[in-house]
Design a protein around this ligand. Structure first.
Ligand SMILES: [Mg+2]
Length: 322
């Protein structure tokens, strides 16, 4: 085995305590996993590619590791599921220092431990150019209880967790070179952005507990995680449910420092967007939940600013592409 792979496996194996669902993790030809009785499996896969999803000059290895697992965990959260195990495939350039890999794994496993997710397998290869990470997360949900994108009905209210736009706003600031090319707190704070805003970009929290609460209480009629931005992800719910939506722009939760455009269109916030027809608590698992609009008959997503109502087009999240 190449040195990087040996060391990676050794590091991953040193993780203490495997989660309940993993019978055999790394060290055999295949992982052996157990889905709890009466549950169904959830599987999601996500790429994190250098220059598309992160830049080495901006994102610490710990942040890259954390963010790539967040992408997968957030998809499990959006179904109301419980994560069980993650599988990691890495293609690394030959010249990449071992310390980068070590710190990447550290960032990833720190988040995995918080949610009791076992890294149960993976693969490494040499990349001709740039770091390529693919993560698969396996989870479970009680049979028939996964919260889908297709359940929204006219009259349902639309809700989001947390606050929107911070992640894309930080990225915008990085691109405009307003923030020093590192995510160390002290340098970023020079710009006057709060720790909370900075962390929402570099260390976003997947909303696992909120998703599970909504599923247990049967509160959400449909749900998606905000990976591509409100305008795009709401359009996905509308498409899958065969409905339209209108959003009140003035009540979208965002930090005052964050501009409106990233709150409407910016991706990678990893908050949850859901619809409900029953009353929803204003806080769930310590996270604010805000009503932002309602599901309507017909097609199209509309934004209401003051008295004006106009179409809100999904402005695709282009990540680092200009
Ligand atoms: Mg998703």
């Amino acid at each position: 085995l190449p040195l990087v792979e040996k060391s990676l496996i050794a590091r991953i194996r040193h993780q203490r305590g495997t989660g309940g669902g993993v019978i055999k993790g790394i060290g055999d030809d295949s992982a052996v996993l157990r889905i709890p009785p009466g549950h169904e499996a959830l599987v999601t896969t996500d790429f994190s590619l250098e220059e598309i999803h992160f830049r080495r000059e901006w994102h610490s290895p710990e942040s890259v590791g954390h963010r790539c697992l967040t992408r997968g965990l957030s998809d499990i959260a959006a179904m109301g599921g419980e994560p069980i195990a993650a599988f990691l495939s890495l293609a690394l350039p030959k010249a990449l220092p071992q310390s980068w890999v070590n710190r990447f794994v550290k960032g990833l496993t720190a988040l995995a431990k918080k949610f009791d997710v076992t890294l149960a397998g993976g693969d490494t290869a040499q990349s001709p150019d740039g770091i390529l990470v693919d993560i698969i997360v396996l989870g479970s949900v009680p049979r028939g209880k996964a919260i889908l994108r297709s359940g929204a009905r006219p009259g349902d209210k639309i809700f989001v967790t947390g606050s929107l736009g911070a992640s894309a706003f930080v990225l915008q600031q990085l691109m405009e070179r307003k923030i020093s090319p590192t995510d160390s707190s002290t340098q970023n704070l020079r710009l006057g952005l709060t720790r909370k805003i900075i962390d929402q970009h570099f260390f976003p929290r997947p909303r696992i507990e909120v998703g599970q609460f909504l599923r247990r209480k049967s509160l959400a009629s449909s749900m998606i995680d905000l990976s591509d931005g409100l305008s795009t992800d709401l359009a996905h719910i509308c498409e899958e449910s065969g409905v339209g939506a209108q959003v009140r722009v003035d009540i979208i939760p965002k930090d005052s420092q964050v501009a409106m455009s990233p709150a409407l269109h910016g991706g990678e916030d990893y908050e949850l967007l859901f619809t409900a027809r029953k009353p929803v608590p204003k806080r769930i698992a310590g996270v604010a939940v805000t009503e932002i609009g309602e599901v309507i008959r017909g097609r199209g997503v509309f934004r209401i600013d003051k008295k004006n109502r106009r179409v809100m087009r999904p402005e695709g999240w282009e990540h680092l592409r200009k």
